[in-house]
Design a protein around this ligand. Structure first.
Ligand code: ADP
Ligand code: MG
Length: 348
């Protein structure tokens, strides 16, 4: 497995479609990095430039020590798994997995042995003589993974590999992909628009927006300390509340919401209007100090209670683990925040 580096890489289609705008990125060898963002933000184009299926308009791409910017796809040691598994329907599972190996110059026996081993790795031992049509969607996707794996590429790319699977299978296959990646120490770059999938499988997440990188971090960093409203909103659920920074002392800001004051890290912001991002589980509701709120909605969903709170600031969504003693709709209470809870963001 090799690291991947992007240095100021851009891709322009035609005259003025900027699909990727001057991105810098480092992917450690043996890590799984996801490119996460809404449709059209440039994820697939970024992936295709690593594979050599698109050529960068400017900048440099390195795989290991090698500058591959101008290398054709066939000279790059990279495999890609597509959203539509792209299996050959008339070939057996084994033939599908062997296909690339034969082209890479492996002898018949060696190719067969490797393909069987690949099927073993993805949990499809004994399925070698079936046709793709005789497999479930999840099994077909695993064949596609096996076919890419057996080439033992320096870098393995996945473009929304789970989008054709139902929710339950998605969870299973994403866990399989992560386990294989970790067991074999592969460098994997994984594209998705599903934030939960990204949180679940990644070492690092690259959040993309409008052809550029909005933020890079571990799942926890992005969840706990998003840089702006876009990232806060895209990763997990966030309440975005308008507030005013009334004082800054050192690294600590004091904010005011409807007369309630709360101290938290200033994150470089200064006095004036700002945004507070708070996760639903980090809202505290009770009779103590806090912002005046009214319980507008209360929903029991089994594992927890979900509440909509209304105040002069607008509405927020809160969840609480206590399902046995729920808050009553219409109750007038006070909202405050758990210690590690809210994060200050620049004003929208
Ligand atoms: P994503 O995978 O994040 O949905 P893409 O990388 O596919 O986004 O596309 C990024 C932008 O580049 C979009 O505006 C898309 O329409 C445009 N684009 C992608 N491929 C081409 C192409 N071959 N020709 C012209 N425009 C393209
Ligand atoms: Mg795409």
């Amino acid at each position: 497995a090799a690291p991947v580096r992007f240095e100021g890489v851009s891709k322009v289609f035609g005259k003025d479609v900027i699909a990727v705008d001057n991105i810098d990125l480092h992917v450690d060898a043996g890590s799984l990095v996801t490119l996460l963002g809404p449709s059209g933000c440039g994820k697939t184009t970024t992936l295709r430039m690593i594979a050599g299926l698109e050529m960068a308009s400017s900048g440099r791409i390195l795989i290991g020590d090698q500058d591959v910017t101008k290398l054709p796809a066939t000279d790059r040691d990279v495999s890609m798994v597509f959203q539509s598994y792209a299996l050959f329907p008339h070939m057996t599972v084994l033939e599908n997995v062997k296909y690339g190996l034969t082209f890479s110059g492996f002898g018949k026996e060696e190719a067969r042995a490797r393909a069987l081993h690949g099927l073993d790795l993805v949990g499809l031992k004994g399925f070698d003589n079936r046709l793709p049509s005789e497999l479930s969607g999840g099994q077909q996707q695993r064949v596609a993974v096996a076919r890419a794996l057996v080439l033992e590429p320096q870098v393995l790319l996945f473009d929304e590999p789970l989008s054709n699977l139902d929710a339950k299978l998605r969870r299973q296959v994403r866990e399989d992909i992560r386990a294989i990646q970790q067991n074999l120490g592969l460098t994997v770059i994984y594209v998705t628009h599903d934030q939960e999938e990204a949180l679940a499988v990644s070492d690092q997440i690259v959040v993309m927006r409008n052809a550029a990188i909005a933020q890079i971090g571990t799942p926890r960093q992005l969840y706990d300390a998003p840089n702006d409203r876009f990232v806060a909103d895209f990763i997990g659920e966030a309440n975005l509340i308008n507030c005013t920074i009334v004082a800054v002392e050192g690294d600590t800001a004091t904010i005011d919401i409807d007369g309630y004051q709360h101290r938290l890290p200033a994150r470089g912001l200064t006095q004036g209007p700002a945004t507070l991002a708070v996760r639903p589980s980090r809202i505290v509701v009770g009779h103590g100090d806090g912002v005046a709120v009214r319980i507008a909605k209360a929903t029991y969903v089994g594992v927890r209670m979900e509440y909509t709170l209304e105040g002069s600031f607008g509405q927020v969504f809160a969840v609480q683990d206590d399902v046995d003693d729920p808050l009553e709709i219409g109750a007038e209470l006070r909202m405050s925040f758990a210690a590690k809870g809210p994060v200050l963001l620049p004003e929208a």
